[in-house]
Design a protein around this ligand. Structure first.
Ligand SMILES: [Zn+2]
Ligand SMILES: [Zn+2]
Length: 216
């Protein structure tokens, strides 16, 4: 595959920031630069990559905390999330204070994403699916060529995203997973915002939130 990636857990929440790159062009993107921006930039430099954009699945502090500073200092476009997360972006300073994170710089996405959009990275194309439920504006990035999907806090190995935050919706999250993740294929490896990678097929069969029909 020509899309490569490495995952770098950042922040006290061990959020999986993924560094993606096109092997042909060595152009790179960071998915969910939640913090520790110097470490992320060091990784980009160590691999000899050219950082082209900042992708955002959703605007929780552990996923978006370093996006504003990186965008400003590196002159990078911010791509995503969906406009439904505007209120979370507006609340980043408050989120920083609440969780004891370094103050997050505000940012304005260069490009809001919609379901069905695509993002070009070098010669690679990422397909965007809107997956509301954890947050209203949550998006995921799917590489069909690499059989990988970067899903933020939609799905975890053995679990799903929390829906008890403002704008969260449990049924909507289940629908997002069933209608927008499962059709990518059982063999697709998903990279969640926290914890280990897994395959969609394994979760479809065994995830307790999704695999069993519910009674009563
Ligand atoms: Zn989240
Ligand atoms: Zn998270």
């Amino acid at each position: 595959m020509a899309l490569h990636y490495t995952t770098l857990p950042v922040t006290p929440f061990a959020q999986n920031c993924s560094l993606l790159w096109c092997e042909q062009t060595r152009e790179a993107a960071l998915v969910d630069a939640g913090g520790e921006h110097e470490r992320l930039l060091a990784e980009v430099a160590a691999r000899g990559l050219t950082l082209k954009m900042l992708l955002v699945t959703h605007a929780h502090i552990d996923h978006a905390g370093a996006v504003g500073q990186l965008a400003r200092e590196q002159g990078l476009p911010v791509v995503g999330p969906h406009v439904g997360d505007q209120f979370w972006i507006d609340g980043l300073a408050k989120q920083s204070a609440m969780f004891g994170f370094p103050p997050a710089e505000p940012f304005v996405p260069t490009r809001w994403l919609e379901d069905g959009d695509t993002v070009q990275l070098g010669q690679e194309v990422l397909a965007v699916r809107h997956c509301p439920g954890h947050t209203p504006g949550h998006v995921v990035f799917h590489s069909a060529s690499a059989q990988r999907c970067f899903v933020g806090d939609v799905l975890f190995v053995g679990s799903i995203g929390r829906t008890d935050f403002p704008g969260g919706n449990h049924e909507q999250l289940l629908s997002s997973i069933r209608e927008r993740l499962w059709p990518m294929g059982d063999e697709v490896v998903f990279i969640p915002g926290h914890g280990p990678e897994g395959t969609l097929g394994h979760e479809r069969r065994t995830n307790p939130f999704l695999s069993h029909s519910r009674w009563g």
